[in-house]
Write a protein that binds this ligand. Sequence first.
Ligand code: NG1
Ligand code: ZN
Length: 547
Amino acid sequence: EEQRSLLLESFSRFPPPKGVKLSYGTAGFRADASLLESTVYRVGILAALRSLKTQSVIGLMITASHNKVSDNGVKIADPDGGMMTQRWEPFADALADAWDPYEFLCLIDDFVRKESISFDDDHTAEILLARDTRPSGEALLKAAKQGISCIVGAVSHDLGVLTTPQLHWMVRAKNKGIEATERDYFEQLLNSFRCMVDLIPGGRKTNLNSENLIVDGANGVGGEKLEVLKELCDDLVIDIRNSSKTGGMLNEGVGADFVQKEKVVPCGFGSIDIGMRCASLDGDADRLVYFLVLPHGSKIDLLDGDKILSLFALFIKEQLSVLNEDGHGTTNSHYHGHLGIVQTAYANGASTNYLKNLGLDVALTPTGVKYLHEKAAEYDIGIYFEANGHGTILFRENFLSWLESRKDELLSISKEKHKAALRLLAVSKLINQAVGDALSGLLLVEAILQHMGWSIHMWNKLYVDLPSRQLKVKVVDRTVVVTANAETLVVSPPGIQDTINALMGNYPQGRCFIRPSGTEDVIRVYAEATTQEAADSLANSVAVLVD
Ligand code: NG1
Ligand code: ZN
């Protein structure tokens, strides 16, 4: 009864916006910030129910990532730090769209019954809240708190401004019973980074790379947090630009999404940076790309998610080979450590070739981090990345405990095996196990480049990207395009795939696919071939098929 009146009373204070239907897409709810208060309030309720159901700590993040500053969004982190289970998405949609107060109550009642969620004194709910630097974030966070507080027994902790991956990390850590403050996050990252640097073959090389590292913080939370990280670690020499404190506009001409899509330098970069090691974070710091400024100062060579993935894969493979080498005195307690790579169809074909030539298993999934993450979790070590720079490395718990238990014994067998085990353990602590994390990704790239003794130029030469073109075609109803095989085949409308196949046949190494976007009302077209002209022409000739 108390529950019902609390819900009814607060419901009237958060009327849903007229004429807009929001849905919990691949990245939660996203819209113009002025439309979101009601939705965020309802997601507060959703988070509290999720916490009651799982009897664990749940996260609620307010961000619209790389989208413009006037947008915002909200998403939920599950107990393991990953995205909210897809099973609950239809309820999230229904909750966000409910108009009538009694319909709203019924919806909640039915769902609570269906999911056997209990409200009693033994069941409490705990939700960690955070937001990015968007000005609308504070008010929206308040709305989320209101939603949470109308579920009896639910408490919320406002953690203020955090990167998306920091919040996911904290949720995961808290549920494992580990201390989970921001300080703990930074300490874990820096300790494992130092550990990797200490294990560099032949000792640490100072000033190995004559170039400096320059990071574009997208005028958002990432730059701000990187400043903190830098303060805590003398070994990190970083020039941070477009940090949220310098007054530039979030994601405007800056950030990983801009750099990756436009292939030009972000604001604040230019000819003085030619030859330097540059990196760019997105608005909530879960994406990372590197780039090299080309002569003349505005065009860049992009080192995207695929190239970061390739660097990680090469390093991990090297450590696994050392561990598995058949040397003298090896016991039979072998654990091969199955390494798997996960990409989407947007991965540059040259990267997929490179990885396959290394002898690695490469799996493709549909676009959307939740699919990549799920697939990567099937391996002892699974590395996944979207070309846009979102990705991480997942380690299976069994594999980690095997490494932990064997590392001392390995020392008596071979120093090199021992070191390889320590490196893998350090990577598992450095890289965020919950979601892609630009800050931890950046530290891992830096540690591996030092390990290899490589400049960004050498890393860039692992393979040469095939020229590619991405187009979007505005359509009335994007759901008419239905795909299969990780979005590489169109099954409907019938006939289109045959035409695409025929067009691809006209270009050497031509590859092209279309799919409905999950976040915009468009059909996306991707094409690659051996020349830019060919990639453009293939993309254009396929785009007219759906226009
Ligand atoms: P859609 O709109 O479904 O293509 C885009 C990105 C995804 C992912 C999501 C979520 C491309 C081609 N697609 O999805 O990789 O980041 O947004 O933000 O970049
Ligand atoms: Zn993001």
